[in-house]
Ligand binder design. Structure first.
Ligand SMILES: *Cc1c(COP(=O)(O)O)cnc(C)c1O
Length: 390
C-alpha cells in the first residue's frame, strides 16, 4: 500500500522532535550534530532565540493578508536587501523553485518588453539545479529529473560549466539570458572559477542578455559574503534566492535591477502566500543576524577552519575520500566509496550531512557553527572513514 506521505523521498528512518542550536534531537533519544541544516536552510541553527521571538511576536498580530494590500514586512525586508545588494527591487515568494521560475519569466519578459520578442532562450550550464517545477527541471536539464514528465519546457540550451567558448557558441538570435549558480550545490559542490563568472558577465553585456543567477543555496551568507557572486566582484541582473533567507521559514525571493524588472508591472506575476507577514518577520530577523557586525567574518573564519580540517581528512583517508571542494560553509567531500555508505556511517555516528551529485557529501552547517562543532564533526568523519576503510 502506498504510504499516506507520497513516497517521493528515500527518507532516513529518524524522526526529529526538537532542535537547539547546532543539534537535533530524535524521538529515539539520540542527539545529532547538524551539518546539513535541512539542506542549507537553518542558517541560524535551530530555535534561535532572536528568530523564535520575532515569529512569536508576529504570530500574535497578523499571519497573512494577501498581496492585495501593502505589506509592511515586505517593504522593510526589500529595503534591506536592496541596500545590501545589486538589486533595486524584490519579489517575494515561497521557495527556491518558485523564485527561479520567476527569474526565468522575468528574463523572458525583459527581452519582450525591450522589443526583442524573439529572445526567449536561456543558456544554462550542465549539472545545474534550479528546482522541480516544469520550467526549472527543463532549465536544470538533468535526465533523472525530467524523465516521464515530458514534454520538456522549451527554451533552455545547455553548455559545460566553466567553458566560456562553449557558452559563447551557444548564444544565438533567440537567446535572452544566461543562468548560472556561482557554486553548483545539488550538482556536487562545484564552485565556478571567479574568472568564469566575470567572463559570463562580460558575455551577457556583449550580447544584450540578462545575467541571471541562482543563489538559492549559495546566498544569505552561506559562502561568507551575503551573496556568493560578490566574491567575483560582479553583479547579476536578476537573482533568485531562498533556502537560508527564512532560517527555516519557507520563503523565496527574486532580486532584480530596475532595468531587468522593466516588464514586471501590476498583474504580470504573483503569489498568494508570497511575502506574508510571518515570512517577512522571519527573514527580517535572519537579516538582523546576517548583517550584524562581524557575522559574515565569522562565517569566513569557520569556513576556513572547516576547509583545513577536511583537507587533512582527505589526506588521511585516501581509500575513502577522493577530494574536497566548495567555499565558505558550503563544502563537499567527493568519495571513493559510494557517498551513501559514508553518509550512512556519519548518520550512525551522529552527524547529519546532505548528499549531492557526483558522489559528494555536502557539509552545509548552520552559519552559527563554532570551532568546537567543527572539531566534533571532524572526529565523527574521521571515525566513520576508519570504519569504512576497515
Ligand atoms: C534547493 C535549490 C533550488 C530549489 O529550491 P526549492 O525550495 O526546493 O524549490 C533551486 N536552486 C538551487 C541552487 C537550490 O539549491
Amino acid at each position: 500500500m502506498i504510504p499516506t506521505v507520497m513516497p517521493t523521498y528515500a527518507r532516513a528512518d529518524i524522526v526529529f522532535e526538537k532542535g537547539d542550536g547546532m543539534y537535533l534531537f530524535a524521538t529515539d533519544g539520540r542527539r545529532y550534530l547538524d551539518f546539513g541544516a535541512g539542506v542549507a536552510v537553518n542558517s541560524l541553527g535551530h530555535a534561535h532565540p532572536h528568530l523564535v521571538a520575532a515569529l512569536k511576536a508576529q504570530a500574535e498580530k497578523l499571519w497573512h493578508c494577501s498581496n492585495l494590500y501593502r505589506v509592511a514586512g515586505q517593504e522593510k525586508v526589500s529595503k534591506r536587501l536592496v541596500e545590501h545588494t545589486f538589486a533595486d527591487t524584490v519579489f517575494f515568494c515561497n521557495s527556491g523553485a518558485e523564485a527561479m521560475e520567476g527569474v526565468i519569466k522575468l528574463t523572458r519578459k525583459y527581452q519582450y518588453e525591450t522589443g526583442h520578442h524573439e529572445r526567449y532562450r536561456i543558456v544554462v550550464p550542465r549539472g545545474a539545479f534550479h528546482g522541480r517545477t516544469l520550467a526549472t527541471i527543463a532549465a536544470g536539464g538533468q535526465e533523472k529529473h525530467l524523465k516521464g514528465f515530458g514534454p520538456v519546457v522549451d527554451g533552455f540550451d545547455h553548455v559545460t560549466y566553466g567553458d566560456i567558448a562553449e557558452l559563447r557558441a551557444a548564444i544565438g538570435p533567440q537567446t535572452a539570458g544566461i543562468l548560472v549558480e556561482p557554486i553548483q550545490g545539488e550538482g556536487g559542490i562545484v564552485a565556478a572559477k571567479l574568472d568564469y563568472l566575470r567572463a559570463v558577465r562580460a558575455i551577457a553585456d556583449e550580447f544584450g542578455l540578462l545575467l541571471a543567477m541562482d543563489e538559492v543555496q549559495t546566498g544569505n551568507g552561506r559562502t561568507g559574503k551575503l551573496y556568493a557572486h560578490e566574491w567575483a566582484g560582479i553583479t547579476p541582473d536578476v537573482m533568485g534566492t531562498a533556502k537560508g533567507l527564512g532560517g527555516g521559514f519557507p520563503i523565496g525571493a527574486i532580486l532584480a535591477t530596475e532595468k531587468a524588472a522593466v516588464g514586471m508591472t501590476a498583474g504580470t506575476h504573483g503569489s498568494t502566500f508570497g511575502g506574508n507577514p510571518l515570512a517577512m518577520a522571519a527573514a527580517d530577523a535572519v537579516l538582523d543576524i546576517l548583517l550584524s557586525d562581524g557575522f559574515l567574518e565569522h562565517v569566513r573564519q569557520m569556513g576556513a577552519l572547516l576547509w583545513d580540517a577536511l583537507e587533512k581528512l582527505v589526506a588521511a583517508h585516501p581509500q575513502v575520500l577522493e577530494t574536497h571542494r566548495g567555499a565558505g560553509l558550503m563544502q563537499g567531500l567527493k568519495c571513493k566509496v559510494p557517498s551513501t555508505a559514508l553518509s550512512k556511517a556519519l548518520l550512525a555516528n551522529g552527524l547529519l550531512t546532505v548528499g549531492a551529485g557526483d558522489n559528494v557529501i555536502r557539509f552545509v552547517p548552520p552559519l552559527i557553527v563554532e570551532p568546537q562543532h567543527i572539531a566534533e564533526a571532524v572526529a565523527l568523519i574521521d571515525k566513520s572513514c576508519k570504519e569504512l576503510a576497515a
